[in-house]
Design a protein around this ligand. Structure first.
Ligand SMILES: [Fe+2]
Ligand SMILES: [Fe+2]
Length: 361
């Protein structure tokens, strides 16, 4: 769900009047659709060519059109995008583990099928993003190698354990929810292949958040033990979810340049605030509380005041000292090694086909 697209009434309905997650009155879903329309018209580029490469690049960015793989781009733009897209792709792939942990223990066949599809979607997201990164001149095997050797990071949120079934619901609601709030503005990113990948991903993430919300809603309206399990999961995931937006603006290293290049559109703190505003009303619908005693509406700011996550903990987890860092990477390495024969077979098959087919077909 894009934060607020539940019907006004219904089982797990969030009132449609919730506009907390909107920008200029547009819901998150509408923002994705706007971005998709903009992307189409931006591909018919009207900026006139300029012999000076840098000037032409700047003109395309300023005209809100898209930089495509064929275009010249400054090295820091290319390298920054590779870093960001790769980190994003790694997060999708590593992010399959915490929930994959519950596929065999889902409480019903239906729940199992839904979770299986969701985890599979995340693999697909990784795939789109690795493909987008490859258009910048880097190979996928190189990127995977950087993940496995710890030279590139993935989102710190996936280093927390999934202790109960309610964690699966909470991840869908809060973690996929934070991901959407982060990613909807990336649908308008200046690099065409990344923007296109993000539009598709955001549409799929909307289902992920919806299914998480529905799991939690069912538990929160179940037995006292189920309700307690749901509340416990929300208590554990709330602050790590807030930390997903990264360090505060005052300490964010890549933000300013990224904004100038129209890769990033909003600051970490702006997006974090948007997420909090969105969650408060949804928590009310769930009948669960958010574990922050200082959470309250501030009429002057027109936003909720809230307690910031522990950024020291975020740094500790990013640097490898979270509850599951070692386990996640070990699992990924093992899966990569055990999948070697599949990659070899696919490469042999592709080579055989290429040899059989005449060139250019
Ligand atoms: Fe995803
Ligand atoms: Fe997701």
């Amino acid at each position: 769900m894009y934060g607020n697209d539940f019907a006004a009434t219904g089982d797990a309905g969030v009132p449609a009047s919730d506009v907390a997650a909107t920008s200029a009155g547009r819901t998150l879903l509408e923002q994705v659709e706007d971005a998709e329309r903009e992307l189409r018209s931006a591909s018919e580029r009207s900026v006139v060519g300029d012999d000076r490469l840098q000037d032409y690049f700047d003109a395309v960015i300023n005209a809100d059109q898209k930089i495509e793989p064929r275009d010249w781009m400054p090295d820091p733009y290319r390298l920054g995008l590779i870093r960001q897209i790769a980190q994003h792709a790694h997060s999708e792939i590593i992010g399959m583990q915490p929930e994959g942990n519950w596929i065999s223990r889902a409480p019903s066949l239906k729940r199992k099928a839904i979770l299986l599809a969701k985890v599979q979607d995340e693999a697909g997201h990784g795939l789109y993003l690795y493909a987008a990164a490859e258009t910048l001149g880097v190979s996928r095997s190189d990127l995977v190698d950087q993940l496995l050797t710890g030279r590139q990071k993935y989102s710190s949120i996936f280093n927390y354990p999934t202790l109960t079934w309610a964690d699966v619901g909470t991840i869908g609601w809060l973690v996929d929810g934070a991901a959407i709030v982060n990613q909807v503005p990336l649908c308008r990113c200046s690099y065409g292949p990344y923007a296109r990948a993000m539009i598709r991903i955001c549409k799929e993430e909307s289902f992920h958040q919806r299914q998480g919300f529905e799991i939690l809603h069912t538990l929160a309206h179940g037995t006292p033990a189920q309700r307690a399990m749901a509340q416990d999961a929300v208590n554990r995931w709330w602050y790590p979810s807030l930390a997903m937006f990264g360090p505060p603006d005052t300490a964010s290293t890549h933000s300013e340049q990224s904004m100038t290049w129209k890769i990033k559109r909003f600051s970490n703190d702006e997006l974090r605030q948007r997420f909090v505003d969105m969650c408060v009303q949804q928590a009310t619908v769930l009948g669960l509380s958010l574990p922050d005693p200082d959470l309250r509406w501030n009429a002057e700011r027109d936003h909720y005041d809230f307690t910031q996550p522990d950024f020291h903990e975020l740094m500790r987890v990013i640097s490898g000292d979270g509850p599951c860092n070692r386990q996640r990477l070990e699992h990924r390495r093992r899966a990569h090694e055990e999948g070697a024969w599949v990659r070899e077979a696919a490469a042999a098959y592709a080579a055989k086909r290429a040899a059989r087919e005449p060139a250019g077909v």
